[in-house]
Design a protein around this ligand. Structure first.
Ligand SMILES: CCCCCCCCCCCCC[C@@H](O)CC(=O)SCCNC(=O)CCNC(=O)[C@H](O)C(C)(C)COP(=O)(O)OP(=O)(O)OC[C@H]1O[C@@H](n2cnc3c(N)ncnc32)[C@H](O)[C@@H]1OP(=O)(O)O
Length: 300
């Protein structure tokens, strides 16, 4: 059965503007013959990911020079789409390899060294984790420039939250390096990422693997609260170390007092964390509903 996308029409004296309601449209074929415009493309429309087409008959034939202009702008757009897809694919692949290395390494070490492996996670894993999490800042830009269909704020919360933990709480305090909590935080982060990035990689080619999709939109349900809990434990454990070492404390003029401890910031951060958890869980819940609702409609 042929599916027709929603098409919006606007008109000036000699120009017609058509807006076709499809996202991530690929293999776009538009042609104008005399007074008939034909459109065909694959993309995400009212009936989910599908092939859509329509044709429109105009009152008079379209001028030949306008037909040529239409072709040129289409080629430019297709070039941009394939560049964007290539860039996203490589980005997701690098992250997938990084997080897989982390996850496999930690699992193997857990089997070989048992409980002892919990104490040296930071020394064995942190370099790769630093790299992956720094690189993840790119995801905020991807969202901001509209390269991916996601909100900037949930991504910003996710990336800045994790980077605060890894660079400030773990990175700056040697006393934290040998804490078992590092293991739990890194393991929970990497467990979701080895599913999320391959899901995006397939998405770059408009392909999906149902089990992977289900895992991507379900695993966060236990993992996200557990991840936030592990991060909160790490913050709480670091509070007395920041107090004792006075690291990052803000010096005050002598007549007021000595300094403001960084632990005050950590207390505020703990509150922000649960606010961030609420915002992102709500976001992920909406994404899950949207994803499975579209699938159900498609199946009908
Ligand atoms: C302003 C300063 C604020 C400071 C706040 C401080 C508070 C900090 C609190 C932070 C708490 C963080 C805790 C956290 O660290 C704990 C854990 O992570 S525990 C482990 C479990 N975690 C998770 O499950 C979360 C994993 N992360 C995510 O899912 C994302 O980062 C998130 C932004 C939360 C949601 O992702 P997104 O909105 O992108 O959802 P979708 O996957 O559905 O994507 C939407 C569509 O966009 C396409 N997309 C997205 N990214 C890409 C990409 N890289 N390449 C290709 N395509 C991409 C995707 O395919 C979707 O399209 P479609 O619907 O067509 O499939």
């Amino acid at each position: 059965m042929t599916l027709t996308p929603l098409v919006y029409w606007a008109q000036r004296h000699e120009e017609i503007y058509l807006r076709v309601e499809l996202t991530d449209a690929q293999n776009i074929a538009v042609c104008v013959q005399e007074n008939i415009l034909r459109f065909r493309a694959q993309g995400h429309g009212a009936k989910g990911q599908n092939e859509y087409e329509f044709s429109l008959e105009f009152f008079l034939p379209v001028k030949p020079e306008e037909r040529r202009r239409l072709k040129a702008s289409r080629h430019k757009e297709e070039g941009f789409v394939s560049l964007k897809t290539g860039y996203l694919f490589v980005y997701n692949l690098v992250q997938f390899l990084g997080f897989s290395w982390i996850f496999v390494n930690m699992t193997v070490r857990l089997f070989i060294f048992g409980k002892d492996s919990l104490y040296d996670t930071f020394h064995t894993i942190s370099d790769v984790m630093f790299f992956c999490q720094l690189l993840a800042a790119v995801e905020v830009l991807n969202a901001a420039f509209g390269f991916v269909k996601t909100g900037v704020f949930p991504t910003l919360i996710q990336v800045s939250g994790r980077n605060f933990i890894i660079f400030v709480v773990f990175g700056s305090l040697e006393e934290m390096h040998r804490q078992p909590v590092v293991f739990f935080v890194f393991y929970l982060w990497s467990a979701i990422e080895i599913v999320r990035y391959p899901y995006y990689m397939l998405g770059c080619f408009n392909t999906e693997w149902k089990t992977l999709t289900w895992l991507r939109y379900t695993m966060w349900i236990p993992l996200y609260p557990l991840g936030v809990l592990a991060e909160a434990v790490a913050v709480i454990q670091s509070i007395h170390i920041f107090d004792e070492t006075k690291l990052f404390s803000i010096p005050l003029p002598k007549n007021i007092g000595t300094s403001i401890s960084f632990s005050y910031i950590l207390h505020i951060y703990l509150v922000l964390m649960f606010l961030g958890l609420f915002i992102n869980v709500r976001h992920l819940y909406k994404q899950r509903k949207r994803r499975f609702r579209t699938k159900k409609r498609k199946a009908n």
